[in-house]
Write a new protein. Structure first.
Length: 219
């Protein structure tokens, strides 16, 4: 998916008009990935999110003060705006799951930390991953929506590392799972017309590079 469109999977209802694909397309895609792709991708858990989020927070904490205005692979966002996006999506999903939907902090790293904690707290609520929730695309389970969030988060981890020159030290198993999930959705993404075409990448490239290439980034 394009860097400018991918995060809309978890945006609030007020932004549903900017959805990446129609509700019916997304619903079919998510169900296909869930039902047909279980052997290739396991459902994301609260623990998975915590691991991925800790790695993202470390990347944000490594951003120097003079780097926040630097460009990222997401063409319309600098580093500060990308961090804002990560915060917004965390709160959006947390609110959807019955948790806090907003918060304030003095700097991007603290803001991200608070938003991630809000989502962790929401994921600790009983039955969250099994329940069905409305979303920009369709009514889907919390597990499906968290899987989308994981793919988005890890892909943006690649963006952060590329923009700052830092090492993208993200959990390999989670990245491979996200890659499998995105590959299952590739057909629906292509039909939507709102995703960057997958870019060339070596078959033996790290899973994170393949995930980035699958979502339209030049690796």
């Amino acid at each position: 998916m394009s860097a400018s469109e991918e995060g809309q999977a978890l945006m609030s209802a007020s932004e549903e008009g900017r959805a990446l694909m129609s509700a019916s397309e997304e619903g079919r895609a998510l169900m296909s990935a869930s039902e047909e792709g279980r052997a290739a991708t396991s459902g994301a858990s609260a623990e998975d999110f915590a691991r991925a989020s800790d790695a993202i927070e470390a990347l944000l904490a490594a951003v120097r003060p003079d780097q926040w205005d630097a460009a990222t692979p997401c063409e319309e966002w600098n580093l500060r705006q990308l961090a804002d996006h990560l915060v917004e999506v965390n709160y959006s999903l947390a609110g959807r799951f019955g948790g806090l939907s907003s918060g304030t902090a003095a700097d991007p790293v603290a803001a991200y930390r608070l938003s991630a904690q809000a989502l962790r707290d929401a994921l600790a609520l009983p039955g969250v991953l099994d329940q069905t929730y409305p979303g920009p695309f369709a009514h889907t389970t919390g597990a499906n929506q968290l899987q989308v969030r994981m793919a988005d988060l890890l892909t943006h981890g690649w963006d952060l590392a590329r923009a700052t020159g830092a090492s993208a030290d993200l959990p390999v198993d989670l990245t491979e799972n996200a890659l499998g999930f995105v590959q299952k959705l590739a057909g629906a993404f292509a039909r939507s017309g709102k995703f960057g075409a997958p870019q060339p990448v070596a078959e033996d490239a790290p899973a994170l590079d393949r995930l980035a290439a699958m979502t339209g980034r030049v690796v």
